[in-house]
Design a binder for this molecule. Structure first.
Ligand code: NAD
Ligand code: UDX
Length: 464
């Protein structure tokens, strides 16, 4: 089983969709079928108008258009795709558990286990099963047990191939990754499986960027990478609060330390707090794993990254209340941005959700504008928190299709996402239509504060 001709990917989400689309685009000789239980999502991937695919990522529609119907297929027929494939990627969601042992910390592996059982039941010949989802270290062991004990006597090789793409730059990250990591068995059969996957990536990735390790190192490296990245954001955010007290400017501090090649300049942008489906989930998972081995100092160390991030979101909201004379009750606060970062329509764990929640507790009226997020997503995010009823969220939050409408008659504007278009708005027009004094709270440090102050805004930003 060396040359792979047929790949199946279970899970057509933010990772499965773009990752497999790029494999299909770069490897025209491999048939790639992405399957999902969610028929609506699959229908959207198959939409005749490629601009209606369910995930917004710059360049993705073009990649999908290049391969869809040729060697890239989206389907709900999971059994058929498993049966036909030599290599099966599992790219389903692994959210934080919301029940039982490990609630609020551990990764919920129920979707992974369901995939393993389905693969075992269907497979009639040997398969390579690839963990693409982010998983706790040693999950491959559990997968192997399920596959070997419930299967039809065929042989399975398990590889770990974590995905490092970031949303908003997914296509670029996949076309030219810093590295691809493949973990597998150290025996001869494991090495053959590793080679099969290396050969797929070698179609467009230079060999020196394809790293192979044992399976446990690969699984743990993914959690470690996300923990280190999130830690940098929390570290600079911690300094941002100190800057605000001391007259230092966090941007200047970030530049000064970032020029030290040992520190590096990336991921030092102070913000309202990191969001996204990965950082918090993966650190909580890491903390849980450390605790489960009795490593309480290790667990406490990493948990602090989350504590700092929660603090950053909270203090952004409380600064708005304090600055608006200690009350936002009945005041319109315009939110520019709802997505967790620019160039994505993903809102999972977005800081905007938590800032909105805090301001709603203070009886504010919130007007949201985001260039890519739909109104139903905003309401779904707030309803999901469960802090108040859906009717109350509808009553106090409005979602606008244009930024000028969102900002009209607002007492304050809060920038929650760093969308580029915010920089080029007609800020004089926005100012003229707001209540006075007109406040701006830039949670992303993207606006030109001195220009806005000249217009008449009272401007404040993180870390200055
Ligand atoms: P997602 O929720 O967007 O997609 C997961 C998909 O899997 C869903 O469409 C769901 O319907 C489907 N699914 C679940 N169980 C299934 C089953 N038994 N059979 C068929 N389909 C099933 O999730 P995502 O953002 O793509 O993340 C997937 C994994 O990749 C997670 O482990 C995540 O931590 C990891 N990851 C995510 C990112 C990211 O940027 N989003 C980056 C790197 C790694
Ligand atoms: C992250 C990892 O970067 C990626 O490698 C992994 O595969 C998935 O998780 P993602 O969450 O998509 O990717 O985006 P990322 O660019 O890492 O940003 C995460 C959050 O941190 C965003 O809310 C972003 O705005 C915030 N952030 C990032 C900062 O506040 N400051 C920074 O300097 C960098």
């Amino acid at each position: 089983m060396s040359t792979i001709k047929n790949i199946c990917c279970i899970g057509a989400g933010y990772v499965g969709g773009p990752t497999m689309a790029v494999i299909a685009h770069k490897c025209p000789d491999i048939k790639v079928t992405i399957v999902d239980l969610n028929a609506e999502r699959i229908a959207a991937w198959n939409d005749e108008d490629v601009n209606n695919i369910p995930i917004y990522e710059p360049g993705l529609a073009e990649i999908v258009a290049s391969a869809r119907g040729r060697n890239l297929f989206f389907s709900t027929d999971i059994d058929k795709a498993i049966d036909e494939a030599e290599m099966i990627f599992i790219s389903v969601n692994t959210p934080t558990k919301t029940y039982g042992v490990g609630k609020g910390m551990a990764a919920d592996l129920k979707y992974i286990e369901l995939c393993a059982r389905q693969i075992a039941a269907v497979a009639k010949n040997n398969k390579i099963v690839v963990e693409k989802s982010t998983l706790p270290v040693r999950t491959a062991e559990a997968l192997k047990n399920i596959l070997d004990n419930t299967g039809n006597g065929v042989k399975f090789q398990i590889l770990s191939n974590p995905e490092f793409l970031a949303e908003g730059t997914a296509v670029q990250d996949l076309l030219s990754p810093d590295r691809v990591l493949i973990g597998g068995g150290t025996d001869a059969e494991g090495q053959v499986a590793i080679k099969a996957l290396v050969d797929v990536y070698a179609n467009w990735i230079p060999s020196e960027r394809i790293l192979t390790t044992n399976v446990w190192s690969s699984e743990l490296s993914k959690l470690t990478a996300n923990a280190f990245l999130a830690q940098r954001v929390s570290s600079i955010n911690a300094m941002s609060e100190l800057c605000e007290k001391t007259g230092a400017d966090v941007e200047e501090v970030a530049r000064a330390i970032g020029m030290d090649s040992r520190i590096g300049s990336k991921f030092l942008k102070a913000s309202v707090g990191f969001g996204g489906s990965c950082f918090q989930k993966d650190i909580l998972n890491l903390v849980y794993i450390a605790k489960s081995y009795g490593l309480s100092e290790v667990a406490d160390y990493w948990e602090q990254v989350i504590i700092m991030n929660d603090h950053q979101k909270k203090r952004f909201a409380s600064n708005i209340v304090r600055t608006l004379y200690n009350t936002v009750s009945g005041k319109k606060i315009a939110f520019l941005g709802w997505a967790f970062k620019k160039d994505t329509n993903d809102t999972r764990e977005s800081a905007a959700i938590y800032v909105a929640d805090d301001l709603l507790f203070e009886q504010a009226n919130i007007a949201v504008y985001d260039p890519k997020v739909k109104s139903e997503t905003v309401y779904r995010d707030l309803d999901y928190l469960g802090t108040r009823g859906s009717a109350e969220n509808k009553e106090n939050v409005s979602v606008f299709n244009d930024p000028y409408g969102a900002c009209k008659d607002a007492h304050a504007i809060a920038v929650l996402t760093e969308w580029d278009e915010f920089k080029s708005y007609d800020w004089q027009k926005i100012y003229d239509n707001m209540k006075k004094p007109a406040f701006i709270f830039d949670g992303r440090k993207i606006l030109d504060g001195s220009k806005l102050q000249q217009i008449g805004f009272i401007f404040s930003e993180i870390g200055k």
